[in-house]
Design a protein around this ligand. Structure first.
Ligand code: ZN
Length: 195
């Protein structure tokens, strides 16, 4: 049983749930106008990307612990990641038309339909990028990083292609530079990826 009790937090960044069960990742915000004495317990506020990454990592950890039986991180393989991505679709907000829908391939359907909502490809792509980084920052070896596996890449490509067809939206290759600095931070932001 899941409780999504952090709607505010979720709405701000993405449709990926911030918590699977009640773990708390708060503590970033500091009251305005207060002199902040930073010590070990009070690290400087995280950037948007860093805090999103931390939330995603916590969410994924919760997901693994909630499996029956629970999956320990060293045992985590690409198939767990794929199942996690499919699991997240239930929180998706992107209408992806089925083959039989009259709006299939229409970017702006004139009416409602019963096709399912899913996670947008751009959201999943950015999420995997953050989790891939978090895995290694948390002691995982690059050689065994499940987020970097070919299976994930193939899955994401399939999602991109099928959503592109279903929604009538071409996902262009990164031709134009979206950000002047080449930090992967900016390109993985949800807002930028959403068409
Ligand atoms: Zn539809």
């Amino acid at each position: 049983m899941m409780s999504i009790n952090k709607g505010k937090e979720i709405a701000q960044g993405s449709s990926i749930p911030a918590t699977v069960a009640g773990s708390t990742t708060a503590g970033v915000g500091v009251g305005a106008g207060v002199v902040v004495v930073r010590d070990q317990r009070n690290p400087p506020p995280l950037s948007r990307y860093e805090s999103q990454k931390r939330r995603d990592w916590n969410t994924f950890g919760q997901y693994l612990r909630n499996q029956r039986p629970p999956v320990a991180l060293p045992q985590c393989k690409a198939n767990h990641v794929l199942e996690f991505l499919r699991y997240l679709d239930q929180f998706g907000k992107t209408k992806v038309h089925l083959q039989g829908c009259v709006f299939f391939g229409q970017p702006e359907p004139p009416g409602p339909c019963t096709c399912p909502l899913r996670q947008a490809w751009g959201s999943l792509d950015a999420l995997i990028g953050r989790l891939r980084a978090a895995y290694e920052e948390n002691g995982g070896l690059p050689e065994t990083n499940p987020f970097a596996s070919g299976a994930i890449r193939i899955y994401l490509r399939e999602v991109r292609d099928s959503q592109s067809k279903a929604r009538g939206i071409p996902y262009k290759k990164k031709k134009k530079k979206r950000n002047p600095f080449k930090a992967n931070e900016v390109s993985s932001s949800f807002q930028i990826q959403q068409p």
